[in-house]
Design a protein around this ligand. Structure first.
Ligand code: NAD
Length: 396
């Protein structure tokens, strides 16, 4: 079949297998071109390994550092007449590239919050590795089913007062105003339950109980603080409350790891267009402004560039760039005075008429299509595709 993007709201309901494959091959080539990354732990578990920051981390660990990896994700294979999710195609592309390179890689498809998934991963670690040296928690999930069977959902809403802003419609490129009522206490609590640190702690606790954590084991979780202009909807909103909980969880995990010399790090990454980020209200305007300013300054990075810089200059070094809360900061270029001055001065000025001059919505749109394997350089989109791409799973 010929596969084209089908866009509905902030979602694209199709994905292109060859586009995803070419994009992953390009990223692998890029990380290898920078030379071997020193000190990368050699047995790495990535939870949330099929998209955005988690996938970039897996690529950097495996193809930059030569690590064996296990990847957990929740993706949809192709079904009658429907393409697979982009993460499925990307995980499959990673799997075949790893096999070609002789790199150990196992893939677990299903709900990372569940007991079954944790048990499956632990059994595989015990059987194949004995222990794990690094656990990367990079989940971005809309909902979590608790052990009781109850499902709680995260919401992206302000806290305390209503939010009004603008968003850009993908299809029509029209700017629309956006109004959101403040979240209820129950919605705040549900968002913390889904996107806070509890499940990260559960993973570490269960890995530790099974004696799966190696001496000096490192565990990381990615967070976002962002610019003051997005604070009402992000940092001071429900998702920010969940992110605050990561700092608490990191403290608790650090206590737990004290005995074996391990460490839990919360790492502040820059704002980027990923599947998860595309759902955040108002992010299209902010990221379009950010792309414009950072591209002009020559400091624009994608997920892979962020993770590569983290791996090469921070995470495995002794002198890290940490803030008062102990987090490693990779958002330094995004929050630089020059970039933020541009974003802040234009945030309230942006209109339909000046959108293309002040912001780079074209780059935002391209990044969104690339995420789904579309508009990838070197891919002939007139060639028929088989949407059924196999992926051998250890679980799922
Ligand atoms: P993403 O949507 O690109 O990837 C999310 C991953 O989680 C995918 O691999 C998906 O399959 C997996 N996943 C979702 N629900 C799951 C479930 N129930 N079980 C198993 N796997 C599941 O997201 P992302 O933007 O890379 O976000 C990853 C982390 O990085 C999040 O904590 C996010 O807050 C953080 N972060 C993102 C940005 C940004 O701008 N995108 C910036 C800083 C920090």
């Amino acid at each position: 079949m010929i596969i084209e993007p089908k866009i509905k709201g902030f979602l694209c309901t199709t994905a292109h297998p060859e586009g995803c494959k070419v994009e992953i091959a390009r990223q692998i080539e890029q990380i290898q071109a920078g030379g071997k990354i020193d000190q990368v732990p050699q047995r790495v578990l990535v939870i949330g390994a099929s998209g955005g920051y988690g996938l970039a981390t897996r690529i950097a660990a495996a193809f930059g550092g030569g690590a064996k990896t296990m990847g957990v994700f929740f993706e949809r294979p192709a079904q009658k007449g429907r393409t697979a999710s982009p993460g499925w195609y990307k995980a499959a592309a990673f799997a075949s590239a790893a096999a070609d390179a002789g790199l150990y890689a196992q893939h677990f498809n299903g709900d990372a919050f569940s007991k079954e998934m944790k048990t499956a991963v632990i059994e595989r670690i015990l059987a194949d590795w004995g222990q794990v040296d690094m656990v990367v928690y990079s989940l971005a999930a809309p909902a979590r089913t608790l052990a009781s069977g109850e499902t709680v959902r995260s919401v992206l809403k302000p806290i305390g007062s209503a939010f009004s802003g603008a968003t850009i419609d993908f299809k029509t490129q029209e700017m629309r105003s956006l109004a959101l009522e403040p979240a209820s206490e129950a919605e705040i609590a549900a968002t913390v339950k889904v996107m806070g640190g509890e499940d990260w702690e559960d993973w570490i606790e269960q890995l530790e109980s099974a004696n799966c954590l190696s001496e000096g084991c490192l565990t990381t979780n990615y967070t976002y603080l962002g610019s003051e202009v997005t604070w009402p909807i992000y940092y001071h909103g429900t998702i920010g409350r969940a992110k605050e909980d990561l700092d608490r969880a990191a403290g608790a995990i650090n206590e737990r790891l004290r005995g074996n010399g391990g460490r839990a790090d919360v790492i502040v990454m820059k704002g980027l267009l990923t599947q998860a980020a595309s759902a955040i209200p108002g992010m299209s305007v902010y990221l379009s402004l950010l792309f414009k300013a950072m591209k002009a300054a020559g400091t624009h990075e994608g997920c892979l560039e962020q993770v590569e810089r983290l791996f090469r200059t921070q995470l495995f070094q002794t002198n890290q760039r940490r803030d008062g809360a102990g987090r490693i900061r990779m958002d330094d270029w995004e929050l630089s005075e020059e970039i933020q001055a541009y974003v802040k001065s234009h945030w309230n000025e942006i209109t339909q008429e000046n959108l293309d001059q002040l912001a780079d919505f074209a780059a935002y749109r391209e990044a969104f299509l690339n995420l789904h394997g579309f508009e990838v350089e070197g891919v002939d989109y007139d060639v028929e595709q088989n949407p059924d791409v196999p992926l051998a799973l250890a679980f799922g």
